[in-house]
Design a protein around this ligand. Structure first.
Ligand code: NAI
Ligand code: OAA
Length: 324
């Protein structure tokens, strides 16, 4: 039996966590042979609701769950944590962009970045889900100076999975036939889901779909998918967000099958200046991710990649005072 790993989840009484915590407890994130200790953080007024979630987790009698900690103290929630999923933040409603949440949510991530810095395992891997995810991840990492910024990542996997699903449906193939999908930039309406390198069943995606569909249907559909779900459901995506968070962490810890998209600290690759959390194509192996280099970038792609970079720079400027 492996030693248990400690997994902190924030916003643990919220919508996303209501799916996420149970799937992690079932072994979907780190595998069926990895015991877990769940460290669940909520704000004080939500502790009663969190208690209900803990009761249900206990009632599942999950074989892998060794302990459950429920707390409103970030220092307790992140104590010795090996993984942290930062979900707790306000979601947007109809008519809002995710960056409209910056003011409401940014302070959460400076406090939690500090608590992670002071309490977590030195090898902790952090995924920020709470919106605007990329800039919140930047805030958290800047407030954790003792850790490597690369230990902080932002969730782009939902966009990546949405893009795969749209292309599979369009071409009449299965999502498992789609390879080399790349989503660049920000988890926002400027993100660039890029089919330039993508294949379906081994054939170039561009040979299977029309350019008009790519530019005027596929790209906006993926960019606006979160808003479409809010319109349809009256609440933002939750189960699909939880599923993407599991995919992101599982691949980071256990390895990816080919290219996946992750929001990570830009390092100058593909001409994106350092200082923001930008989504790149990565491959994961041995518990680490590495940017896939050398992909060709044409003029259309360059324009899209720069527009989403520019938006991230503007978000960064708006929270400069929280960057430690
Ligand atoms: N990156 C992505 O792809 C996606 C991100 N999101 C974002 O995830 C976030 C959470 O979404 P939902 O679970 O649907 O929202 P929710 O409102 O159902 O749950 C959020 C929970 O966080 C808690 N919370 C607030 N401040 C906290 C703090 N300082 N510490 C700990 N917990 C705190 C709240 O009490 C609430 O229970 C939102 O910001 C949403 O926009 C949602 C879908 C996809
Ligand atoms: O759109 C939202 O606000 C929630 C989210 O991030 C998504 O579904 O991609």
């Amino acid at each position: 039996m492996k030693d248990p790993v400690r997994i902190a989840i924030t916003g643990a009484a919220g919508q996303i966590s209501y799916s996420l915590a149970f799937r992690i407890a079932a072994g979907d994130m780190l595998g069926p042979d990895q015991p877990v200790i769940l460290q669940l953080l909520e704000i004080t007024p939500a502790m009663e609701a969190l208690n209900g979630v803990v009761m249900e987790l206990n009632d599942c009698a999950f074989p892998l769950v060794q302990d459950i900690v429920a707390t409103d103290d970030p220092n307790v929630a992140f104590k010795d944590a090996d993984f942290a999923l930062l979900v707790g933040a306000r979601p947007r409603g109809p008519g809002m962009e995710r960056k409209d949440l910056l003011e409401a949510n940014a302070a959460i991530f400076s406090v939690q970045g500090k608590a992670i810095n002071d309490n977590a395992s030195r090898d902790i891997r952090v995924l920020v889900v709470g919106n605007p995810a990329n800039t919140n991840a930047l805030i958290a990492s800047c407030n954790a100076p003792d850790l490597n910024p690369g230990q902080f990542t932002a969730m782009m996997r939902l966009d990546h999975n949405r893009a795969k699903s749209q292309l599979a449906q369009k071409t009449g193939k299965h999502v498992t036939d789609v390879d080399n999908m790349v989503v660049w930039g920000n988890h926002s309406a400027t993100q660039y889901p890029d089919l330039s390198h993508c294949t379906v069943d081994g054939k170039a995606a561009f040979d299977l779909v029309e350019r008009d569909w790519y530019e005027n249907d596929f790209i906006p559909t993926v960019q606006q998918r979160g808003a479409a779900i809010i319109k349809a459901r009256g609440a933002s995506s939750a189960a699909s967000a939880a599923s993407a968070a599991i995919d992101h962490m599982r691949d980071w810890a256990l390895g990816s099958k080919g290219i996946v998209s992750m929001g990570i600290p830009s390092d100058g690759s593909y001409g994106v200046e350092p200082g923001i959390m930008y989504s790149y194509p990565v491959k994961c192996q041995g518990g680490k991710y590495e940017i896939v280099q050398g992909l060709e970038v044409d003029e259309f792609s360059r324009g899209r990649m720069q527009a989403t970079e520019q938006e991230l720079r503007e978000e960064r400027a708006a929270v400069e005072h929280l960057l430690g």
